[in-house]
Write a protein that binds this ligand. Sequence first.
Ligand SMILES: [Zn+2]
Length: 140
Amino acid sequence: MNTDDCIFCQIAKKERDAVVIYEDEFTMAFADLFPLMQGHALVIPKRHFTNIYELDEEYAAHLFKTTAKVAKVIKRVLKPDGINIHQTNEKAAGQEVFHLHIHIIPRYLGQRLFVMNIERKRAERSDLIQTFYPVIESLK
Ligand SMILES: [Zn+2]
């Protein structure tokens, strides 16, 4: 994809308007134009990464540092009862803008937002090991 057409690259380069909450050399936080809750913010790396698979360690560190910084101030100032940090990769996961971004979503008791329809059952340890063994090996 040509990053000139990327709306988050345009916001990062100040070519498109946004309510910027915070920015530094590597990251920017701005108000989500379609907030799920009052105070819903997005954090992006200023460099274009389509998703977390492309993200390098330097930007990963900056991105989470900014996310924590902004979330703490939203908690202190807007006083939500809780905060979700939400991030999606690829269409199957619900990604709609293909420039990596992290959602900071204030939550309020009694206001339902994410509803899990799937019944969760306790997993067997052997099944967990079977699933994760190749992942663990690949992380070594
Ligand atoms: Zn972009």
